[in-house]
Ligand binder design. Structure first.
Ligand SMILES: [Fe+2]
Ligand SMILES: [Fe+2]
Length: 154
């Protein structure tokens, strides 16, 4: 398997993980604004999944067989986080987005993507930055404090 395909499959798995986390976490909220935000993030992550899969398929490959395990893990961790409260949910989500931004950044530096894949990776990276900002802002509103960890915030 080429490095490009391996990277696309890894990102596809991580997006499936994130999507399931947000899907489950919506239950932690009662207010419409938070539910809508979480739902919008979930749909945006689903777009990332679909775009990455299209790239993988267009290169004659299939998605990773481990994807289902990532989804199950996402559901489980999403559920666990909801037990720990909204503050933990936003904190954990900011961590997830930071990790995604870091991984996308490393892939962009180290993998020689074709133009279409690169466009998608850059778009996803920028979307993750918006998500990170959104979770950090939500956390700030809950705690009344500015974010402690400002890595990857733009
Ligand atoms: Fe994503
Ligand atoms: Fe994201």
């Amino acid at each position: 398997m080429s490095k490009t395909i391996a990277a696309l499959k890894q990102m596809h798995n991580i997006e499936r993980f994130a999507t399931e986390i947000y899907r489950v976490q919506r239950r932690a909220f009662k207010d419409k604004i938070s539910i809508n935000k979480m739902t919008a993030a979930m749909h945006n992550e689903q777009e990332h999944i679909d775009d990455l899969l299209e790239c993988i398929i267009s290169q004659g490959e299939t998605k990773s067989w481990m994807g289902t395990a990532f989804e199950v893990m996402g559901k489980f961790l999403g559920f666990l986080s909801t037990l720990l409260g909204r503050q933990f949910v936003f904190w954990a989500d900011a961590k997830i987005e930071q990790r995604a931004i870091k991984d996308y950044g490393i892939f962009l530096k180290t993998i020689n993507f074709d133009a279409k894949s690169k466009r998608i990776v850059v778009k996803n990276l920028n979307d993750e930055k918006v998500h990170l900002r959104s979770w950090q802002d939500a956390l700030g509103r809950l705690t009344g404090k500015p974010p402690k960890d400002t890595r990857y915030m733009t």
